[in-house]
Design a binder for this molecule. Structure first.
Ligand SMILES: Nc1ncnc2c1ncn2[C@@H]1O[C@H](COP(=O)(O)OP(=O)(O)O)[C@@H](O)[C@H]1O
Ligand SMILES: [Mg+2]
Length: 382
């Protein structure tokens, strides 16, 4: 295999020393050396202007322009070349200074110092190239990071635009829905003539569908408000036990229709927390609603535990449960995995989560497939 050519610039005022170095390199097998020898710092700089070299061996003790001065000028001109300084023996303080000024390494001019030069060159070239490669990689990483940040910004902007769009559209949908509902109410109440039993039946279906649509639109509007930061909490001191009892009342008929028993494990006394009444009610409605929806015959337990600084609420059911992979997704929008056959929007849990988080609380789900699910949320009392 052909050896790699290595161009060496040797700056040495002593002709004998220079000759010995040249000989050493000729005998070394690591590279195919091409040594250019100059006798002064001035010349070295002139050569560096015209040609590029792989490495420079620079004698520190030069007449006129010293090695140090030459080194400084090389650095000032941003010439990228590893410089190995040949220093006087025992000149450790000088060596330290040279390294500080940007010399790659140094070699004291002791007896037979020339023997060490080939090894020094090999080591320097390896380290210098590793350094260049690492700098190149770092630059590349910085560039990629910039790109990613830019893309991220663009995505955020797109997401904002999308959210604004959804918010506007959803808002606009509400008015026609209200008008449709008003007209249907009129028909149902007989303002447009007597309603036949068959028509009553059809109207019932239409109202059901309309209610679903209204719920979807309301959910979407809530979610887009929360996401755009426009949802404001109006907090007050309230008894969460009382609020739970009231909400449960609204589910009693539905539960008994489905053969579901609702168990209340509530504290005897009140538990006061500082929260938004309507929003908190919505969390209860969404969670108890799910428990009722997904459970056919069974038990739903609503548990409230007053802790030191927070309150923990658990809604447990004996429904179908969820596999582990699903639990990770249910708080994401539209994540309706097993619910195809059941009515819903897939927005109930994301909304519940957003409300809990807005209250600086947290929510999670536990489940054993086939046995049931428990939704647990914690809210700070203050
Ligand atoms: N109590 C529960 N038991 C089993 N699965 C549930 C329960 N609550 C939620 N899920 C699952 O999480 C999904 C998301 O719930 P949610 O956001 O309330 O949407 P939706 O009720 O409109 O389907 C549901 O579709 C269902 O797959
Ligand atoms: Mg739901």
């Amino acid at each position: 295999m052909a050896k790699e050519k290595l161009k060496v610039l040797l700056v040495e005022d002593n002709p004998t020393d220079a000759l010995i170095v040249k000989k050493k390199l000729q005998r070394d097998s690591a590279f195919d050396y091409e040594v250019t020898h100059v006798v002064s710092g001035e010349n070295a700089l002139l050569y560096l202007e015209k040609e590029s070299y792989h490495i420079m061996l620079l004698d520190h003790n030069l007449p006129k322009k010293s090695g140090l001065q030459t080194l400084k000028e090389i650095k000032a001109r941003n010439i990228e070349i590893p410089v190995v300084m040949i220093t006087g023996q025992g000149d450790e303080t000088v060596a330290v200074k040279l390294i500080k000024e940007g010399a790659f390494d140094y070699l004291p001019k002791g007896e037979n110092y020339e023997d060490s030069i080939p090894l020094m060159i090999r080591k320097t070239m390896a380290e210098f190239r590793a350094k260049l490669e690492s700098e190149r990689l770092q630059k590349e990483i910085a560039l990629k990071k910039d790109e990613l940040e830019k893309t991220n910004e663009q995505l955020k902007e797109l997401d904002r635009m999308k959210s604004d769009f959804v918010a506007n559209v959803v808002h606009e949908l509400r008015t026609p829905l209200t008008i449709i509902k008003g007209n249907l109410d009129n028909i149902e109440e007989g303002y447009a003539g007597e309603v036949q039993p068959k028509q009553v039946e059809i109207l019932k279906d239409v109202f059901k569908t309309l209610n679903r649509l209204t719920r979807l639109v309301t959910d979407l509007l809530d979610l887009s408000k929360i996401e755009s930061g426009k949802m404001e909490l109006s907090k007050e001191n309230l008894d969460i036990v009382e609020l739970a009892k009231e909400t449960i009342k609204g589910f009693e008929k539905l539960a008994s229709d489905k053969n579901i028993e609702i168990k209340k494990e509530l504290p005897e006394s009140e538990v006061i927390i500082y929260a938004d009444r309507d929003k908190l009610t919505q969390v209860f409605v969404n969670l108890i609603g799910n428990a009722c929806k997904f459970t056919d015959k069974g038990i739903i337990t609503i548990r409230i535990i007053g802790l030191q600084d927070e309150v923990q609420v658990e809604i447990q059911d004996t429904g179908p449960g969820m596999p582990k992979e699903q639990i990770g997704k249910i708080f994401d929008k539209f994540a309706r995995i097993m619910a195809e056959k059941r009515e819903g929007t897939g927005l109930g849990l994301p909304i519940a989560k957003d409300i809990v988080v807005l209250h600086n609380g947290r929510i999670r789900a536990e489940s054993i497939p086939g046995k049931g699910s428990t939704f647990i949320f914690n809210l700070p009392k203050h």
